[in-house]
Design a protein around this ligand. Sequence first.
Ligand SMILES: [Zn+2]
Ligand SMILES: [Zn+2]
Length: 339
Amino acid sequence: MTLPRTVAALVATAVLSIVPAQAADDLKVWFVDVEGGQATLFLTPAGESILVDAGWPGFGERDAQRIAATAKEAGITAIDYMLVTHFHMDHVGGVPGLVAKIPVRTFVDHGDSIEKDAEGKKLFDAYVAVRDKAKHLIVKPGDKLPLKAGVEWTIVSAGGKSIQKPLKGAGKPNPLCATYKKRDANDDENGQSTGSFIRFGKFTTIDLGDLLWNKEEALACPAAKIPAVDVYITSHHGMNMSGSPSFVNMVHPKVAIMDNGARKGGTAEAWDTMHAVPGIQDIWQSHFAVDAGKDHNSPENVIANVAETPDSGFSLKLLAHKDGHFEISNARNGYEKKY
Ligand SMILES: [Zn+2]
Ligand SMILES: [Zn+2]
């Protein structure tokens, strides 16, 4: 049967209008607000999802709910890869609650927790109980996540070790190593963080979880093992136990995104170090960091949550294009900026 011309035209228009405005050829990243923990959801153009950490337990399943709502927004019904950077409460604590809301196909982590005290053991055991029910991948530096073509996801640190050879585009001597000094810090699970370098076409980003200042030296000195990135997802929520000048100078970001809470992360030093990087354009934040004050915090339009209470859990969203351009938007006020 042939449709009359006008009806055919109407059908064609209807078909066109259901095609999403943004075709699936971008890399999408949501920075879910988990109040100073981490939960970052990546959705590749091939439709694969990678969730880096799942926030805190408790608070009426707040973080699991926020992540599940974000997954719904992303149009996914399962998490392909749940990458747990390390076994601290603000990263792994939310996993059991999340799995009750949305299934995980493969867990990715550095293996075993090095924190064997009662609290560390309780957290880790609760995680292992759900990890045992899905596929499990233990990663080491130099490994790549087995993603479909399009996104190259390289593990640069895990279990206290880091890559030995520079990644493509890196290898130059790092002048700030001359003034690098170690800091007093416990070498705990933070230093075991599984860190990722992510490349999508010309776009690059890095996420090292809570990798410690003292562990950054092996990546940044004496020569850079990681090339400059477009977006630096700040290590350790912008705490000054991470984010050394030599490391931040190496990753030399155009833009940083800080997953801090109102009173967790966001030490004044983090802004000072990042603003010292020539060419850095913006530092987006999950929260206004109360202790750092107005002098250090970024302008409010690039901060997802400005009021300490009540907290509405607004997220930031990054859309990266293959040609290296990207845009970031703020769910609180709709502010968007293209880079
Ligand atoms: Zn943390
Ligand atoms: Zn930690």
